[in-house]
Write a protein that binds this ligand. Structure first.
Ligand SMILES: [Zn+2]
Length: 504
């Protein structure tokens, strides 16, 4: 019996379970990680505030990516850029062997979201410029804090396993992560975690968001003088109009669960020239990937009909295609255990007062900041989408919502940017980073948890075979938002925060 116990201890030591100084195990490693986060709370805040000031639209996150690359290299990560051909996509790796734990976060801003932090009225830093009107800057701050903390834990406690940190550009257009999965970046990953800003410290399991397909339809016609010889022309704009009308007529016969919306990106130049080019861009959303794919197939027929009616030709381009997001029960339990351990930040009366002023300005209930812990719950599937869906159907996946924003404030509204570079955001980033680091340490030190997550994941997705909805040769639209960003970048540059950030 004693021999067996000795053998077990040796095996556990080999597995890294009780490794580290004086055999401190998961608790010791977690204490190391949490201390690193507390010690670097000021640096984490500076990362979030700097990225808030950069406020870069999807696929144009060059300053943001450069800052993260510099920090990750200084921390000791091996950093690859240009993941899946996306210049602002980063993959930072540290450690060796299994388990391989991936962490992915988005860090893009929104058009027109520019806002002075801490001011509870609409006061753009640069009028019309992009801004962090959802707070993705805080995702990246958390990500850096957790990256540093986990590396300290691995080094000091000799933990086995590999950390893979992915940045996920252009979340607002649902772009990057389906490409990562299609291109095989998650093949050797055992489990993945995602952090996203919210107004509570929480997690959940089950289907959470909708699938989405983002598709552009280009129509090609023939120019003519619109007054003297219109019969010789073919209007591409007419084809766009007919596609729009056709889709709206079809809506009556689509399942009530669907969501579809469009913008006319190019509607001709001037009326006296029959336009030979026009473009319309759709998002097709459904609760299942089959549903979204079905909408896309119907839209193809509508586009073909519009082309037939006008004599135009058309091309369709899938910009992105995302599965619905879902979270694994075991991963949610691991995250929840760390939420219970970390707890909500202690808010000051000043922070509560600012939150109420923001809520008043946004016209929502003035309830202040969250002070009640959120228990583990089953998710309610929302009609919104996130491009992390494909990951969540590929590996056991857990998500952390952290309280860097204000309850009730609508995302994509200037009011949602007000708190994102204040002490409210900073405290939320620290709490979220601890939950993230704690969950990673649990996975690295307990191979049984990884095995359990895989087993429950297999049960949850049984009967559904993942396949990428992206065409195999589809390239990511790297020029997305380039024009919009170029309009504002020089005006925004004087407001960039280039604080000296050194994790220690
Ligand atoms: Zn978001």
């Amino acid at each position: 019996m004693r021999q067996r116990a000795l053998l077990l201890t040796t095996l556990l030591l080999m597995a890294g379970l009780t490794a580290g100084p004086a055999g401190q195990g998961a608790e010791g490693a977690k204490a190391t990680a949490f201390a690193a986060i507390d010690r670097n709370a000021g640096e984490i805040a500076k990362v979030g505030d700097a990225i808030f000031s950069f406020a870069e639209l999807g696929m144009q996150e060059t300053e943001t990516a450069a800052l993260c690359v510099r920090l990750l290299k200084e921390m000791g990560y091996t950093v690859e850029t240009g993941v899946s051909g996306i210049p602002t996509a980063i993959l930072a790796t540290y450690g060796s062997g299994h388990p391989v734990i991936a962490v992915h976060v988005e860090y893009d801003a929104l058009p027109g979201g520019s806002q002075t932090p801490g001011v509870a009225e609409h006061e753009p830093i640069v009028a019309g410029a992009p801004g962090h009107a959802e707070g993705h800057n805080t995702n990246a701050a958390l990500w850096m804090g957790a990256a540093y903390a986990v590396k300290q834990a691995i080094d000091q406690h000799h933990l086995a396993g590999t950390i893979k940190l992915f940045s996920a550009p252009a979340e607002e257009q649902g772009i990057s992560r389906p490409y990562f999965v299609r291109d095989g970046y998650f093949k050797d990953v055992d489990a993945a975690l995602h952090a996203h800003v919210g107004s509570d410290l929480s997690t959940s399991y089950g289907p959470r968001q909708y699938a989405v397909m983002s598709v552009e339809y280009e129509f090609f016609g023939k120019t003519a003088h619109a007054a003297t010889s219109p019969w010789t022309g073919v209007s591409a704009v007419d084809a766009v109009k007919l596609m729009d009308i056709g889709w709206d007529a079809l809506r009556e016969h689509l399942p009530p669960t669907q969501r579809s919306h469009s913008v006319i990106v190019n509607g001709g130049v001037q009326p006296n020239v029959v336009p030979d080019y026009a473009k319309i861009w759709y998002f097709f959303r459904e609760s299942t990937y089959e549903g979204a794919d079905n909408l896309f197939k119907k839209a193809h027929n509508v586009a073909a009909g519009a082309a037939l009616m006008t004599g135009a030709t058309f091309k369709e381009h899938i910009l992105s295609a995302c599965w619905p997001t879902r979270d694994n029960r075991t991963m949610a339990e691991i995250v929840q255990a760390n939420i219970d351990l970390v707890g909500l930040p202690a808010w000051t009366p000043e922070e509560q007062a600012l939150a109420r002023r923001i809520q008043k300005a946004a016209g929502v209930k003035e309830v202040g900041l969250d002070t009640t812990p959120t228990p583990l719950r089953e998710a309610v599937q929302s009609t919104s989408s996130n491009d992390s869906g494909d990951i969540t159907w590929t590996v056991p996946h857990g998500r952390i919502t952290f309280p860097s924003n204000v309850p009730g404030v609508p995302f994509h509204h200037w009011a949602a940017a007000v708190a994102e570079a204040t002490s409210i955001a900073h405290k939320g980033e620290v709490a979220g980073a601890k939950v993230m680091a704690g969950a990673i340490v649990d996975l690295l030190t307990h191979p049984d948890l990884v095995a359990k997550a895989k087993a429950t994941f297999d049960q949850e997705v049984a009967g559904s075979t993942y396949r990428s909805l992206l065409p195999p040769d589809q390239k990511p639209p790297v020029d997305l938002n380039a024009d919009e960003m170029a309009k504002y970048r020089d005006l925004m540059r004087p407001h960039y925060l280039h604080a000296d950030i050194r994790f220690k």
